[in-house]
Design a protein around this ligand. Sequence first.
Ligand code: BCO
Length: 300
Amino acid sequence: MLKSFEELIDLAKSKEPKKIAVAVAEDKEVLGAVKACKDLNIVDPILVGDESKIKKIAEEIGFDLSDVKVIDEKDGVEASRIATKLVNEEKADILMKGLIDTSIIMKQVLDKEIGLRTGKIISHVAVFDVETYHKIFFVTDAAMNISPNLEQKKEIIENAVELAHSLGIENPKVAVIGAKEKVSPKMEATIHAKELTDMCKRGEITGCIVEGPFALDNAMSKEAALHKGIDSTVAGDADILLVPNIEAGNVLYKSLTILAKAKTAGIILGAKAPIVLTSRADDQEAKMHSIALGVLLASR
Ligand SMILES: CCCC(=O)SCCNC(=O)CCNC(=O)[C@H](O)C(C)(C)COP(=O)(O)OP(=O)(O)OC[C@H]1O[C@@H](n2cnc3c(N)ncnc32)[C@H](O)[C@@H]1OP(=O)(O)O
């Protein structure tokens, strides 16, 4: 079972290096992370973007590009398209978002001709390590699916459970988050939580334990759960938090990274290849962890 991001990097180092296509690579944190991962011999990068800007940043950070392929494309949409197409054509194993809006690169990923669709839902999982929680945990979906319906939430859980299994978390505990732990007909998130719990009980969602609704405190703190008289194996020990919508997920993601200084890695699942996707504001370390996660997944 994965215990730290250091372990994640070590695991990635034990794999063959993977080709990573970076869309709109002209960013210091992105190039710093790619350089660090290249130095560890876990990736062989293809940088797509404004070549003059890429070269200027590379020089500043001491990134020797002599054996790195750079594709010059100043337009961000086109650069995203080229990088996505490289993965579609299996010229790269991993796609990475650089200095570009998530919706722009994900539109390329969804493109029927050059994209990376598989028929499954494409969803984001953020992996967190924060001092105030006793283990690594996931938040899904803070970045891709805006307001998922019940069936989409089921598939988002399945993507996250598959990731958990890949990281050695055998029977992950999934907490379906709402604003309270009781079902309220006025709050769709709580109704979905109950239905997802029932689906798991009926064997329609497997490989995990799904329970909810939970308010965040009950999912993450045993004491808070006991205080409210909640009797559940998931309460206070969740591995995966399924958030009701992108706003809740994104606020939680950024609260964890900005306020709680959590370590993080972000990845898009359900596409033909792993897609490294962090916030543009995330630091080099977060991007490095995310690349390592991409390498692990691309090695399966
Ligand atoms: C957490 C750190 C990083 C961040 O902070 S990210 C910041 C916030 N995130 C974002 O701005 C992105 C949020 N998402 C979006 O904007 C949109 O969902 C996105 C990705 C642009 C797609 O929207 P549209 O292009 O309008 O797509 P659409 O809904 O009209 O659907 C077009 C076709 O694609 C399919 N599709 C859409 N989302 C999918 C998914 N998740 N998985 C699989 N397939 C999906 C959809 O079924 C449709 O297919 P078809 O063409 O009918 O066959």
